[in-house]
Write a protein that binds this ligand. Structure first.
Ligand SMILES: [Zn+2]
Length: 89
C-alpha cells in the first residue's frame, strides 16, 4: 500500500493529505509566497485552502514558527487575499 504524505496545517493544526493543502514557501530572498504548484524552491509550510486558516495562523504565529523568523501582519494579510483569490477560481 502506498503511503499518502500527510502534512499539518499551520493554521488549524489538522493533519491532512499533502495534496489537500497549499504550500507556503520562504524563498532564498526571504519572500513568503503561496506556492499552489508546490514546486518552488525554498523552505515550505502547509496550510488548508482556506483564508480562515491564514487568520488562525496569524493568531498562533504559525508561519513565524515554521520559518523561525518574524513574519509581519502585512504578509499574513497578503497571503489571506491570495488565498481568497485562489478560492474564487
Ligand atoms: Zn487549516
Amino acid at each position: 500500500m502506498k503511503k499518502i504524505p500527510i502534512r499539518t496545517c499551520i493554521g488549524c493544526g489538522m493533519e491532512k493529505p499533502k495534496k489537500e493543502l497549499i504550500r507556503i514557501v520562504r524563498t532564498a530572498e526571504h519572500a513568503i509566497l503561496l506556492d499552489p504548484s508546490g514546486r518552488m524552491n525554498g523552505r515550505g509550510a502547509y496550510i488548508c485552502r482556506d483564508p480562515a486558516c491564514v487568520r488562525k495562523a496569524w493568531k498562533t504565529r504559525g508561519l513565524d514558527r515554521s520559518f523561525k523568523i518574524s513574519v509581519p501582519k502585512e504578509t499574513y494579510d497578503r497571503l489571506e487575499k491570495e488565498m481568497m483569490a485562489l478560492a474564487d477560481e
